[in-house]
Design a protein around this ligand. Sequence first.
Ligand SMILES: O=C(O)CCC(=O)C(=O)O
Length: 272
Amino acid sequence: MSTSKQLLTSVQVARFVAQGFLRLDGVVPQEINERAVATLTEGIPDVPYGTPLGKAFAQNTFVHELLALPVIAGAVESLVGPEPTVDHHAVHVREPHEGQAQPLHGDAIIDVRPDAFDIQLMYYPHEVTTEMGGTLSVPGSHLRRINETDVGRVQNLRGQTRLTCPAGTVVLVHHGIWHGGRRNDTARRRHMYKLRLNPTVPQVRLWDTSDLHDPAVTAELNTYFPWYEQATARLEIYNRVLLWRALTGDHSFDIDYWVTRVSNRPTLGSHS
Ligand SMILES: O=C(O)CCC(=O)C(=O)O
């Protein structure tokens, strides 16, 4: 197994910008999964806000080993850069036959940062089946600003996904993604470990940019999701262009001229 970080490609980062998540199925070895389930069952100590990631978890902990996996280390660095800080972490449990689902929500108040984002690492150390209350999320929702559970009255949206996955799956999500734990209809507890990371460097070209000009990048950024309204969908693309400009430093990047048109502000004398 390679021990060097596996950075994401531009196409993968563009997909993250469009969809709001990156899914890595079954990437964590079973030995770490088993230790994780035992630790999550016992409970985990708090980590103070702002602790550097490199200092937050002792070497013999499952979190340290999880984050050292080249595929995870590379994906995290590609999105938030080296040495992010820990915002918080938590164990999320869907109890057996709990009888209810969590309302759809975003994990923070409206966050207006146009050129930065946090990631949340969601780790499922055991298999999650359809009946077990996998996390529901709404692809392409992360740039539609909402205030925590104010979106909870929305029950179902076309294109939403309810996670089922093999043991050892990690999903990295943009902090704005709409999500919620589903009802667990089995007799088994469903665990998920979540870690929010804050960048400490500008999030500019942190990934492997060798494919930056691949037409597949624009195709990813131009993806529509079935729950979008016909007109408002364009705002999603517009917001992705703004984010892509920030992430690449290329302020001429556009799709269908939308950002260029809206930012056109000629000043007096500009033709003199
Ligand atoms: O348990 C889950 O699947 C999701 C829980 C979660 O992410 C939350 O409460 O913010």
